[in-house]
Design a protein around this ligand. Sequence first.
Ligand code: 5GP
Ligand code: MG
Length: 465
Amino acid sequence: MDCNSSVKANCGVVGIYGHPEAGQLTYLCLYALQHRGQEGSGIVTSTGREFRSHRAQGLVSDIFSDVNTLKKLIGKIAVGHNRYSTTGGNTPANVQPLIMKLKNGPIAISHNGNLVNAKALRNILMNEGSIFQTSSDSEIIIHLIAKSRKKTFQEKIKEAFEQVSGAYSIVLMTKNTLAAIRDPKGFRPLCIGKKDGAYIITSESCALDLIDAQYIRDVEPGELIIIDKNGLRSSMIFPKEKTAFCIFEYIYFSRPDSKVFGEYVDKTRRKFGKRLAEIKPADGDIVISVPDSSNTAALGYSQRSKLRFEIGLIRNHYIGRTFIHPIQSQRDFNVRIKFNAVGGVLKGRRVVIVEDSIVRGTTLKKLVKMIKKAGAKEVHVRVSSPPIISPCYYGMDFPTKDELIANNKSIEEIRDYLDVDSLEYFPLEDLLGSVEDGETNFCTACFSGKYPLPLTEGFTKDQYE
Ligand code: 5GP
Ligand code: MG
C-alpha cells in the first residue's frame, strides 16, 4: 500500500507459476478481485530472462482494454495487483506490482495489507543511504531483501520479514521463482489453487473459480511458500502465535462467493443476518438491503424474521472512476448517482434497512432521506456489525477516530442523526459467536479498540497523510 496520502490498503493480489498463459490468467483473476481495489492495477510477467509489465491507474477493464497489451505479457510466471481506492492522492509510481532491480536480478512485489512499523524502517533505511522510488511501504520490504547478506532467496526473505510488523499477504516474483507470504497473524486472506499443473496464489477464492482452478488451501499465517522448478516448498518462518483474522473481510470486504479464513463468506454473512434478526427484531413490513454490500446479510435477516425481502434500492453499476459532478446546485449527488429508490416497493411500507456497516454515517443519512421521499411510512435500520469506534492500522480503509460517527455519538444520537424510527447494531459477542473460534482467532480492533499488534512508538494513521 502507499503512504503518501490517506492510508488505503485493502488490495487484491495474484501470483501464478507454471502456466503458458500466466499473464492472461492473472488478468482474469484481477477482474474477479476488482472489488478489492479500483484505483490502479498491474501485471508483471517473467519470461525467465526478463520481466514484462503493464501498470496503470484505473479499472482492470480499462487498463487492459487493448488486446495487444495482454499479448505482450508473455511468460510462465506472473504477479498482479489491484489497488484500493478512495479519493485523491494516488500516484502512478505507487501502482503495483512494484518492480525493483536487485544484484541478482529483478523482483516484483504485490502487497495487500499495511505495515505498522513502516515509518521507523524507512527512516533507518534512508539514514543508511537507501533511495526510495515510491512512497509505498511495500518498497521497504524489497530494500530489506536486497540488503540481506543471507545466501538463499528463502533466507533473505525470512530475514527481511523478521524486521517487519503488520498485516501482509504478499506475492513476490523473481525471474524464476514465485513466493507467497502471509503475516503470522493472518490479518488478510490468501489462498492457493491449481490449474493444469500450475499454481495460483490469490487473495480470494472467487478468482480461482473464474479461471476454473481448484482451491487447494489457504496460505497459513506465518507461512512462506516458494515455487520454482523443483515444485512448491512451504516453511513456517515465524513461531506460531494467536491469529487475528480481519472480521471485516466477512462483514464487508470479501466477495460472498469466496471462501476466506476457511469458510464461505456468503454462509457467514447470512449467519450474521439471521442472528441479527433473532436478537434485534424490527416491526416492519419489508426488509431491504443497500446493494451490493449488505445483500447477503439482508437475506439472512429476511429469512429468519419472516419479513419479505424486497429490492427497494437500485444501484447503478456503471459509474466510472472519473465521474464529474455537472450540476453544483444538486445536493447528495454522489449517493443519488449510485442509488435510486423504488417507489412502488417503499411507498406506505414500514421498511427495515439491513446495512453491513456504518462508518461516517453519510451513505445511510442520504439513503434514509431518499427512502422517506419515496413514501416509506417508517424506517428501521439494522446493522450487521457493531459500532466502529477505532481506526484500522492493518489495512482496512477507515477514517481517523474523529470521523467515525460511533466514536462521537451514542446509538440514540446516531438514530436521531439518521432520522430513523429505530436503529440497532449487531453486538460484538454475537458477531464473534457466528464465526469459528471468534473470540480467539479474529481481530476486532475497529469495534473494541483492542489492537492485536502493538503499534510502534509514535505510530498514528496521520503519519501517512
Ligand atoms: P459511511 O457512509 O457510513 O461512511 O460508510 C458506510 C457504507 O460504506 C456502507 O454502505 C458500507 O457497505 C460501505 N463501507 C464499509 N467499509 C468500507 C470501506 O472500507 N470502503 C468503502 N469504500 N466502503 C465501505
Ligand atoms: Mg455498502
